[in-house]
Design a protein around this ligand. Structure first.
Ligand SMILES: [Zn+2]
Length: 285
């Protein structure tokens, strides 16, 4: 069975060598990478991690910087990595929504050059809210290209950690309601939004919203797969948040849960294939 990791970060050497300087220049990057143990990865690192885990395809993107120049550098690298990967990598593009027209231009350029989606965008790191009009322009562009948008969303309760933002299920829900025709992939289990899909009217408004499992072992007990899989199995996409976690570690945890073969296949590949229009596992919405 093919496996797709829908949430991986890679960066080019020219950004990685600037790490120390960027810790100061880019506050959110500084928050996440001040700890020298938090690795940055390049394409070969990702390919090796995929190999080790038996992951056949990965959605890859850079880091959502404030500086659009850095976003562009990251996008160039990811697009080139995808071109050289023979279909293993599915590139997404990062832009700073707060940069207005410049962000839209760069997003369009990347979508024209093969990017399949936008993200992972970082509301707190880049200074925008999921509520309100901040994403209107990018959402319209993404709609026109049939491209999903991947957004960093956090749980509003629980332990504090570097990178825990203020944008949670409430804000993500407002975003989905504002843009009903867009497809959104909400990272980190959408901050808990899947639980509100048990409310019929909320479920109706979230028909184009999906959730990834990035960093799940740091946030939730693994039982979350079984619970959310009970009512929203078609909306969960396996993602590791590499290099924060390796796909092999995350996969091991999914596989020991004893999920039904059907649900496991949906989470590990089928849902992503449908969302991204890949292969013959696509069954339409
Ligand atoms: Zn994230």
């Amino acid at each position: 069975m093919p496996i797709l990791d829908c949430h991986t970060h890679i960066l080019p050497a020219e950004i990685i060598v600037q790490r120390e300087r960027l810790l100061v220049r880019e506050p959110w990057f500084g928050l996440l990478y001040a700890n020298p143990k938090n690795r940055l990865a390049m394409l070969p690192d990702l390919l090796a991690a995929m190999d080790e885990a038996g992951v056949s395809q990965a959605v890859a993107f850079g880091f959502a910087f404030v500086d659009m120049g850095l976003c562009r550098l990251a996008n160039e690298y990811v697009l080139e990595a995808a071109r050289s990967s023979g279909g293993c990598l599915i590139p997404f593009a990062v832009v700073n929504p707060a940069a207005g027209e410049e962000a839209i231009r760069e997003a369009r350029r990347c979508l024209e050059q093969g990017a399949r989606g936008l993200g992972e965008l970082m509301p707190d790191g880049q200074g925008f809210s999921l509520e309100g009009d901040a994403l209107d322009g990018l959402a319209a562009l993404a709609r026109a290209y049939g491209a999903p948008m991947l957004l960093h969303v956090n749980e509003p309760v629980g332990h504090a950690y570097a990178g825990k933002g203020t944008q949670g299920p409430k804000e993500a829900y407002a975003l989905a309601v504002r843009h009903p025709e867009n497809t959104f992939l909400l990272a980190h289990w959408g901050g808990g939004l899947p639980f509100y899909e048990l409310m019929p009217e909320v479920k109706g408004a979230l028909s184009r919203v999906y959730y990834d499992t990035a960093a799940s072992p740091y946030l939730y007990e693994d039982a979350i797969y079984r619970h959310v899989g009970g009512w929203a199995a078609s909306k969960i996409l396996f993602g590791s948040d590499f290099p924060l976690l390796t796909p092999s570690r995350c996969l091991r945890r999914v596989r020991r849960l004893g999920l039904s073969a059907e649900v496991e296949a949906q989470i590990l590949y089928g849902n992503a294939a449908r969302l991204l229009g890949l292969g013959d596992m696509s069954k339409g919405r």
